[in-house]
Design a protein around this ligand. Sequence first.
Ligand code: ZN
Ligand code: ZN
Length: 257
Amino acid sequence: MTLLKLGIVSLLGRSLLDAILPPRCPSCGETVGEQGTLCPACWAKLRFIAEPACERCAVPILQAPPGIVVCPACVISPPAYDRARAALRYDSASAPMILAMKHRAKLQAVQAFGAWMTRAAADYRSADGLVPVPLHRWRMLHRGFNQSCLLARMVGRTIGLPVLDQVLVRVRATPSQQGLGGVERARNMGRGVFDVPERRRSLVQGRKLVLVDDVLTTGSTLSACAEALRRAGATNVDVLVLARVVRGDPMTISSID
Ligand SMILES: [Zn+2]
Ligand SMILES: [Zn+2]
């Protein structure tokens, strides 16, 4: 039996087990009334990202004038994607659930995650498709599933967008980093890591696409993906994530210059 099959079998086994056992809160394990729902205490701790937030990177902003807001970091160094939306803050309340999905294949909360992401994706309904961030091949074999793909499927089903899970691939070779500075290194890394295979280019050319991932940390992986999609001819690349890391206190933007 291959590693992939083993992964799927153990995943199915766990899902069956989850269906038989009494429903538990995906965050703390407390018994709850319905499968996939959080207990009231964990629910109260979650911090959703509402407006105002930066149009480009989804960082929450405490106060801002009405309209489109871009945070100072994105003004100085804009990401390679056009817009980003995040459902939640990645913090001590959301991290255990997200990590349980990713590393222990605890999938009870996936439906709720999908619903929260769908709400955050309200501006993306006119897109042509959702593109999950691909996993490393060995990680995919080990885990048996790609959490970004699962999330994209949940969102796609609700808003009626196709999930294009074959258009972006991780290529093994990373170009030589010798003699490059920090910024060039980052750019060089991105260029070598993701690509759109020739036979899939027609799915990307001239399309408005939404990259889907579980967590946005620095945005460098998503930027590398966005660059690969653009090189293949995508006209617009937005980002949708379940959670976003927010460092420091939310800022206030008093005016848009
Ligand atoms: Zn709980
Ligand atoms: Zn920003």
